[in-house]
Design a protein around this ligand. Structure first.
Ligand code: ADP
Ligand code: MG
Length: 619
């Protein structure tokens, strides 16, 4: 009795389809890759109902001849690979000749295509992989493929689709990756009849990010370039101030292909080690170019994982490029323009890698990459062995001051903290010695550290400290019951938003009670917030909820926390205890914070040289 059957090609296609076409988003990926391979410089992606009822990709690429259109849907039909020798140097996105066969096996397809220069186009209709009709037709140059009713003939797979909403999100994510992968191609994305984004295809990924994520996002990106003998890196990384609560905005492309890579993630994140908030991650859009032989893309059918032959070279290039971008920004945020890289002694150790266009600079941070990428990976959660206590110690003991908001455990105590005179900080491994000169205008703290005069904005600095703590708190934000509840009346839209975001607001320490007629009673607010600021803070939060209704929960939360931090921080113009000022100075001097949550610098630095120049002691 025989147990082994040879599967019919049809069944084999349906099985293979499962590998290539997991969900609607994978259809988008495959079809857009085909359009890119066909040399298109304009591609439109349309979806309906999370892609399960319709996906349409239109391109202005090479198009297909009637003969090719007839065989393109057959398994292993490819124009991109002729023999095994080609496998080592694949430069096209596709090469397996699987995608069209796989997609058509599990859907209804309508394709129109016209080869550049041809008189006529061809229309092919397929159902479950079988050609139903093929005829000449009039159409523009290029190809339009419409995929309907995905998985209609494989109910088991259809059942595995997630909700329409999450399939839509996956489609959008894929469209974004496609668009960012090729800034030189204009990509138009239309979701359920409405335009989501339209990238210009001008070759600059910043324009792409602007089109996709908006102006605020794009404005906070720093250009990032570098190369070594094996790898070139270009693109953008976020300013440390614009880092986010998750890695959702980290995009890596290798030879123009979107990839996932813990190695590259670690390389970028390590560059932010001293300038990023705990629990935050940089955003980035980085293009790694590497010889085709030096990277293996053939590890997985969906090809988002790659294997670099020389991981250390790749890691170093990315790390140094990101670091140079951040350091350049730091230099720009001091008021002294002359403090540029050129003045820094060339005799300092010069890294083997040098970011293009940047003079040699001493390295302040060193990559921890050793031999395995896993080892170099650093979790972004700082150890916290001590519960944070609120920032307030009027008359408190020195011991209380050692556990300040968001600053980890082992903090040295300020010497003579109760002495209102200017103090000199004892040296410690974490905080370099500094001298506090005093405060001016009830706003700015003056500090001397080495040969530098540091001027700190006390509100911005405190705001950041509170924000850091709120953000890293793993429990819900502590709340305080208001002595006198506040009633607020809003418009209907806001009232609905408040209800929709009820859980988030509760989590952040607010207690709201609907009071009818679009009114709410605020019974409790986050513990840090000043009562006098409740109404103003609340108005700000309502506005944020309106402005950011489409962003994800994490981003909405971060925005609200910024407002809470702002309303909880000491204010410019207020009298502040010198010990509080001291702790703020310490946080700045030890480089734990650089920007306020809104991205403004918390301090400006004048070097001796800057001052000497101002006073014309030197020229
Ligand atoms: P692969 O991309 O791996 O070659 P596919 O199944 O995705 O396999 O596509 C099969 C072939 O169909 C391609 O090699 C290409 O010749 C042709 N083709 C697919 N899509 C397009 C398109 N948008 N424009 C022109 N030709 C295309
Ligand atoms: Mg393909």
């Amino acid at each position: 009795m025989t147990n082994i059957n040879i599967l019919s090609p049809h069944v084999a296609d349906m099985i293979a389809a499962g590998e290539v076409v997991e969900r609607p988003a994978s259809v988008i990926k495959e079809l857009v890759e085909n359009s890119i391979d066909a040399g298109a410089d304009s591609i439109t992606i349309e979806i309906k109902n999370g892609g399960s009822s319709m996906i349409r990709i239109t391109d202005n690429g090479s198009g297909m001849s009637p003969e090719d259109a007839g065989i393109a849907f057959m398994r292993h039909a490819t124009s991109k690979l002729h023999d095994e020798y080609g496998l080592d140097s694949i430069s096209t996105m596709g090469f397996r000749g699987e995608a069209l066969a796989a997609i058509s096996a599990v859907s209804r397809i309508d394709m129109v295509t016209r080869e550049q220069g041809a008189e006529q186009g061809t229309r092919v209709i397929l159902e479950a992989g079988d050609i139903q009709n093929m005829e000449e037709c009039g159409c523009p140059y290029g190809t339009t493929i419409t995929v309907r009713d995905l998985f209609y003939n494989t109910p088991a797979r259809r059942k595995f689709l997630k909700t329409e909403r999450s399939e839509t999100t996956a489609c959008t994510q894929t469209a974004v990756r496609c668009a960012l992968s090729r800034p030189d191609i204009s990509i138009h994305y239309i979701k359920d009849g409405s335009e989501e984004f339209f990238t210009p295809g001008d070759g600059d990924s910043l324009s792409g990010m602007y089109a996709i994520f908006g102006r605020d996002f794009a404005n906070k990106m720093l250009s990032c370039n570098g190369s070594n003998d094996k790898v070139s890196v270009k693109g953008y990384v976020s300013s440390p101030a614009a880092c986010r609560g998750n890695r959702a905005y980290q995009y890596f492309f290798c030879n123009n292909r979107y990839i996932r890579s813990p190695l590259l993630q670690a390389a970028v994140e390590q560059a932010y080690e001293n300038s990023m908030l705990v629990g935050h991650y940089p955003a980035c859009c980085l293009y790694i170019d590497i010889g085709y032989g030096a990277v293996d893309v053939n590890v997985h059918p969906t090809k988002t994982e790659v294997k670099f032959m020389e991981e250390k070279k790749v890691f170093d290039a990315v790390y140094h490029a990101a670091l140079a971008a951040i350091q350049k920004e730091n230099l720009l945020s001091t008021p002294a323009a002359p403090t540029d890289a050129a003045k820094i002694s060339e005799s300092d150790s010069v890294p083997a890698f040098r970011p293009s266009g940047t003079p040699a600079r001493p390295e302040t941070f060193r990559p921890r990459y050793e031999d395995s990428p896993a080892r170099s990976y650093r979790s972004n959660t700082a150890p916290r062995d001590e519960a944070p206590v609120p920032f307030a110690f009027s008359g408190g003991s020195a011991a209380e001051q050692t556990s300040l908001d968001g600053f980890g455990a082992t903090r040295p105590q300020p010497s003579g903290a109760s002495d209102p005179e200017p103090q000199t900080k004892k040296s410690s491994s974490e905080v370099p010695p500094f001298r506090m000169i005093g405060e001016v205008m009830n706003t700015y703290i003056l500090v001397q550290q080495d040969e530098k005069l540091i001027i700190i904005d006390k509100h911005a600095c405190h705001e950041r400290i509170i924000f850091d703590r709120l953000l890293t708190e793993d429990r819900s934000v502590m709340s305080q019951i208001l002595m006198v509840p506040v009633t607020v009346k809003t418009d209907e839209e806001t009232a609905t938003l408040l209800e929709e975001n009820g859980e988030l607001l509760t989590d952040l320490g607010f207690e709201l009670e609907p009071y009818g007629d679009n009114s709410h009673i605020i019974r409790a607010v986050p513990a840090d917030m000043y009562e006098s600021d409740v109404t103003a803070a609340f108005e700000e939060i309502c506005q944020q909820l309106k402005d950011h209704r489409t962003v994800d929960l994490e981003a909405r939360k971060t925005n609200i926390l910024k407002t809470v931090a702002c309303k909880a921080a000491i204010k410019a113009g207020w009298k502040t205890d010198v010990r509080e000022l001291f702790v703020l100075a310490e946080a700045v001097v030890s480089q734990q914070i650089k920007y306020c949550p809104h991205g403004r610098p918390v301090a400006v630095v004048y070097t001796r040289e800057d001052l000497d120049k101002e006073f014309k002691r030197i020229v």
